[in-house]
Design a binder for this molecule. Structure first.
Ligand code: ADP
Length: 467
């Protein structure tokens, strides 16, 4: 019960008790003792029903908060994961190999006075293997592994978050050499300011203090994972803290094949893993491993000897919605999508709209918050509609990705009209979109489209410079 919950009965019994008590003392006639007695009864009622339970609750929660950190005190584990269990992620691995080597040969690094990064931030979408990679580093290096989730530091009780952070680092130092892995660090490391939360700020400050207090030779390396790097407080990213960042993206087609080989190893199956890797564009490693598991469960349910393609067909949509990632593209749709994306990329490049890489699955044309010039905005609109223009010229039918581009194009066209041609407001966007489709159609170059489409089918992405 909280103070807010003291209802009218409590207030009434307290008020009546007080008034009767004063009356009892003020009166000097024969019924004064009876009034005092009634006052005592009202106050007794207030104490037993309301005040005592509150007092009990307060002391219980105080006890709980002082016990909480001990209840969840951090114990190290020995990770058995090795790099063999991590498929793909080769560039991440190259960056992280050094840490394994440092733990295995500390004297080598000491001799040259090399200072290792204290903190490495693994940034990437959920399910791409950040935790798996952290465990593999600890497993390969043979050092103690401490796991903590950022959200476990977010506490109701004041002071518990910072205390837990201090405990984690004390335990890691005691077990050094060791690796501390903080998953979802954004839960505690969000930029300060905005909606204030003193407890979170204190927890973040404690984390910063702990990282600053490290000796470079302490033998503790902190790894942290986030999929919202843009939310992190800049203090966390300063030198001496998480000053090394390793980006881990969604697996490409080759990586997906390797992940599938691991996920299906030990499972009897007749699945064409190459085809499965092709069809599962945009699937994360976690989604692929769930796909293998769900397919196995489905095969078991129908008493089959092994996992077959029908099991995959039966569960693929469920996995996509469960993992909120990926898209199923059969071979013909994959080719269609590759040409569609290639047309957009070529139009963008020719008309002067910059992007980093064109991807088979994802949208790669960035709409800008800032106001673009008239020609830049029109170029962006043309690029958005270039895939549509290609289909129109080939009399091909649409697909869902065409629909989403059309919706985005409409927004750009409306913005263009509002800024540069406000007299055309009524029906102006439609007219402009038609013009853009014509202009994009003029820039279609089938040889170039086929070349880029082939690249996209092989690698699922192509850099702006390659085009
Ligand atoms: P994250 O930490 O990025 O959210 P996890 O490391 O927790 O992702 O991945 C969840 C599971 O997905 C792993 O335990 C593993 O089964 C599978 N997985 C993800 N990425 C890979 C990968 N690159 N190689 C092999 N398995 C992977």
């Amino acid at each position: 019960m909280t103070l807010k919950k003291i209802d009218s009965l409590a207030i009434a019994s307290l008020a009546i008790g007080c008034v009767l008590l004063i009356l009892g003392f003020a009166l000097s006639n024969w019924y004064a003792p009876i009034v005092t007695l009634l006052a005592a009864a009202a106050l007794f009622l207030f104490w037993t029903k309301f005040a005592a339970p509150i007092a009990q609750n307060v002391s219980a929660s105080a006890n709980r908060s002082s016990k909480e950190p001990n209840e969840t005190s951090f114990t190290p584990t020995r990770s058995k994961v090795t790099f063999k269990q991590v498929a793909g992620l080769n560039s991440a691995r190259e960056e992280l190999d050094e840490i394994v080597d440092y733990f295995k040969n500390p004297s080598k690094y000491g001799r040259f006075g090399v200072v290792l990064p204290r903190g490495v931030l693994l940034a990437g979408p959920p399910g791409v293997g950040k935790t798996l990679m952290a465990k593999a580093i600890a497993g390969e290096a043979g050092v103690a592994f401490f796991y903590a989730s950022g959200s476990s530091f977010a506490h109701l009780y004041v002071g518990v978050g910072p205390k837990k952070v201090a405990e984690l680092f004390a335990a890691a130092r005691k077990s050094a050499p060791s690796i501390v892995f903080i998953d979802e660090i954004d839960a505690v490391g969000k930029a300060r300011g905005g909606a204030r939360s003193d407890e979170r700020e204190n927890t973040l400050n404690q984390l910063l203090t702990e990282m600053d207090g490290f000796e470079s030779q302490s033998g503790v390396v902190v790894l942290a994972a986030t999929n919202r790097i843009e939310l992190l407080d800049s203090a966390l990213l300063r030198p001496g803290r998480f000053d090394r960042r390793v980006e881990i993206g969604l697996p490409n087609i080759n990586d997906r094949l390797e992940i599938l080989k691991i996920a299906f190893s030990g499972k009897p199956h007749s699945i064409d893993l190459n085809r499965l890797a092709q069809n599962s564009t945009g699937f994360s490693g976690a989604a692929l491993s769930t796909l293998a598991n769900e397919a196995a469960l489905h095969a078991l349910k129908r008493n089959a000897e092994k996992i077959e393609q029908i099991d995959i067909e039966a569960i693929k949509e469920k996995v996509i919605s469960l993992k909120k990632s990926g898209e199923w593209l059969e071979a013909d749709m994959r080719e269609k999508r590759a040409r569609y994306q290639a047309a957009k990329a070529i139009a963008a490049k020719r008309l002067g709209s910059r992007f980093e890489t064109v991807k088979l699955a994802n949208d790669f044309l960035q709409d800008h918050e800032s106001v673009l010039s008239e020609s830049e905005l029109f170029a962006l609109l043309c690029a958005r509609l270039a895939g549509f223009a290609l289909w129109r010229s080939n009399a091909e039918s649409g697909a869902s990705f065409c629909e989403s581009d059309a919706a985005l194009a409409r927004k750009i066209a409306e913005r263009y009209i509002a800024i540069y041609d406000p007299t055309e407001l009524k029906g102006g966007a439609e007219k402009l979109m038609q013009e853009a489709i014509m202009a994009a159609g003029d820039n279609l170059d089938s040889a170039a489209i086929e070349k880029i489409a082939a690249l996209l089918l092989a690698n699922e992405s192509a850099a702006f410079e390659v085009l």
